[in-house]
Design a binder for this molecule. Structure first.
Ligand code: GRG
Length: 325
């Protein structure tokens, strides 16, 4: 099976096998994990941290380092390299995006939100550390994300680029991003819709904010750090929006078609809670077709980039549409 489904003649010369891409991803994940591990210490110059702070650091590390596909930081690094930057230049920002993601997962799992007890095959953060510490850990991850990104200036990144990146991340978290998506998700549980079109419009708007905006920010921030032109940043943004939405469509499909063991989180919960999902609105098969269409669209946005350097992004999109967990 080929990972790449080329969308034009130029891209058709590109091919990458499953195993090549998996090993590429594993290498990237290894460097991301190392950087994340170093970002939250348990002691300071061999002196253990103050006990209450130590507990918060443990909770931050618990979610940040407990597996995860690392799709967002990977996208950030690859976008940086695609526009001519070095992986190391975007590493702090890539970690920052993953910290925001981890912070959002902790909040999402809380009893007052999605009330989940299982994520990535292990108990959720609040089940281990309690709700109070979880909330503190989530907030601390957010603040660390900003601190990390600002520190990119020490790698020679201009203040202008760093500020732009922070601005992009701030937009992705607040009421133009994650918070808006989550608010829409909570409100959606009590809503009734006139027809399927209205339902679909709401669903799309919710997931663009809840999922796609952070995926988009990952690519944009990577391209900013790498010194991409405005046109390159825009193209990557459009690619990432399609990928982000496709990611959520597949998330909904997997929730309905896979077991908790396979997913490492409570499966079938959307169905039980009557949540608005793509399979619910359009059926599983149509949702899969929609994800494939988004994949083709995502790949089209990459036309014009260097055909070799674009391979990881094409494969990443393919990986997302074919993922099993
Ligand atoms: C202030 C940070 C902050 C957030 C407030 C709680 C909240 C608003 C938003 C929740 C956003 C959320 C959890 C969206 C779900 C996105 C999603 C598809 C998560 C699963 O991502 P994967 O599959 O997870 O990449 P892994 O485990 O691989 O990292």
């Amino acid at each position: 099976m080929r990972l790449i489904r080329p969308s034009n003649r130029r891209l058709s010369s590109i091919a990458s096998s499953d195993s090549e891409f998996i090993s590429y991803m594993n290498n990237k994940a290894k460097s991301i994990n190392k950087a994340l591990d170093n970002s939250i210490p348990l002691c300071n110059n061999s002196v253990p941290l103050w006990e209450p702070v130590l507990e918060v650091h443990k909770a931050m590390r618990y979610t940040l380092l407990s597996g995860g596909k690392r799709v967002r930081p990977m996208l950030c690094l690859v976008a940086c390299e695609l526009v001519g930057g070095q992986e190391s230049t975007a590493m702090p920002a890539a970690c920052a995006v993953e910290m925001i993601h981890a912070a959002s997962l902790i909040l999402d799992d809380l009893p007052c939100m999605d009330d989940d007890s299982l994520r990535r095959g292990i108990p959720t953060n609040h089940k281990v550390f309690g709700e109070k510490t979880s909330i503190l850990a989530s907030n601390a991850l957010m603040s660390l994300a900003v601190k990390q990104t600002l520190a990119s200036t020490s790698l020679g990144v201009t203040s202008e680029r760093v500020l732009r990146a922070v601005q992009e991340m701030a937009r992705a978290v607040g009421t133009e991003g994650l918070v808006a998506g989550q608010a829409a998700d909570l409100a959606g549980e009590r809503m009734s819709f006139k027809n399927e079109d209205d339902e679909l419009r709401y669903l799309e708007l919710m997931h663009v904010h809840k999922t796609a905006v952070l995926v988009e920010a990952a690519a944009v921030v990577g391209a900013i750090m790498g010194g991409g032109s405005d046109e390159e940043i825009e193209r990557l943004k459009s690619y990432a929006r399609c990928v982000g939405l496709m990611f959520q469509v597949m998330d909904d499909v997997l929730d309905e078609t896979k077991s908790s063991e396979e997913l490492g989180k409570t499966a079938g919960k959307d169905l039980i809670t009557g949540k608005l999902t793509y399979p619910k609105v359009m059926g599983v098969d149509n949702a899969r077709e929609y994800a494939k269409r988004l994949n083709r669209e995502a790949q089209e946005h990459l036309q014009g980039f260097d055909s070799d350097k674009v391979v990881p992004l094409l494969s990443l999109a393919d990986y997302i549409v074919k993922r099993q967990n």
